[in-house]
Design a protein around this ligand. Structure first.
Ligand code: TXA
Ligand code: MG
Length: 310
């Protein structure tokens, strides 16, 4: 990544012109635009075919800029100190005089924000006069991208520029914590819930599935490779792609290791990349070995369950 500096300049050039570009983060790549601009943020929804009612996450590089837009509180500071920059998103109250475009929040009074931990993107945001609205850079309900090539796969020439920041280190989206009332987890993700509990000091709820209206993007169908997925499978059919998390003696070419030794963090990192590869190889369905429902395993299962409801 020798050309980082000129690429960051290029990225700034397009963003300043109210264009959408691909940006790297440690979780997944984002489709970014000036969060203060109605024109720019409207383009995000169009490119992604995203329903207008589904609000966007805004990415900051400094507390100073965040404080123009959001009200903070004691839980926010505790979690910020421990995990930021990093794969955690906070839902906070929007300030009345905030400049955030109404497209971002869908006219609501709350805002999801985060501090991404990718060195290229951090440098980029530091050079901007506005924060970046950026949902994952995939067409709505499809697999999130974890590299520049994945973003190209999704949007081709429809976007003018993708900033390269290497492969996403975490490989799945941030954990979302609402701090509007009592702290509550809205989406499982890159930081395990037990670590958040430890900082908050009391049991924090994960409001899963049906009751989940607060985070509208948590639709049942999401992250989908567009072919059926069968979960908790002991043995796959011959013509199915088989996702595994530990080494097995198998013949044939249809198996894909998320991890060879049940390392769930590595498995999470490999999940979207592997699903995308399987899709390209034109398998008709995917079987997945049972994945322990703890730590990152719980996050992988959450994503696979949604992906299986295609
Ligand atoms: O890791 C990530 O969070 C990535 C990277 C690019 O930062 N972004 C991401 O954005 O996953 P997206 O748009 O794909 O998912 C954001 C989720 C959606 O489910 C959306 O409904 C929810 O956050 N969300 C956004 N604003 C919200 C708000 N004010 N209240 C509750 N949920 C909100
Ligand atoms: Mg997404």
């Amino acid at each position: 990544m020798k050309n980082n500096l000129s690429n960051i300049k290029k990225a700034k050039y397009y963003l300043d012109k109210n264009e959408c570009i691909g940006i790297p983060t440690e979780t997944v790549y984002g489709l970014a635009a000036n969060a203060y601009s109605d024109v720019a943020t409207k383009k995000i929804f169009k490119l992604k075919k995203r329903p207008k009612k589904n609000p966007l996450i805004v990415h900051y590089s400094s507390l100073k800029m965040l404080k123009f837009d959001c009200k903070t509180n004691v839980f926010f500071y505790k979690l910020y100190k421990k995990f930021c920059p990093g794969p955690i998103t906070f839902v906070l109250k929007l300030k009345k005089n905030s400049k955030i475009s109404k497209n971002v929040t869908n006219y609501k009074k709350t805002l999801a924000i985060r501090f991404p931990n990718n060195s290229v993107t951090k440098k980029l945001i530091k050079n901007l006069k506005y924060p970046l609205a950026a949902p994952s850079a995939n067409i709505s309900s499809k697999i999130s991208p974890v590299s520049k090539d994945d973003v190209k796969d999704e949007f081709g020439k429809k976007i003018k520029f993708i900033l390269d920041g290497g492969r996403s280190k975490i490989g799945l989206e941030s954990t979302i914590v609402s701090l509007i009332n009592k702290p509550e987890i809205l989406r499982l993700g890159g930081i395990e819930v037990k670590k958040i509990k430890k900082i908050i000091g009391f049991n924090i709820k994960y409001n899963n599935q049906k009751k989940r209206i607060a985070s509208p993007g948590q639709e049942k169908v999401h992250y989908s490779p567009g072919i059926p997925i069968r979960l908790n499978v002991a043995d796959a059919n011959k013509d199915e792609a088989f996702l595994l998390i530990k080494k097995r003696k198998l013949s044939g070419k249809n198996f894909y290791y998320l991890s060879k030794n049940k390392n769930l963090k590595n498995a999470a990192k490999n999940l979207y990349k592997t699903l995308r590869m399987i899709k390209k190889r034109k398998f008709k369905s995917i079987a997945v070995e049972k994945i322990p429902n703890k730590g990152f395993g719980e996050v992988i299962n959450d994503r696979l369950l949604r992906a299986s409801k295609f």
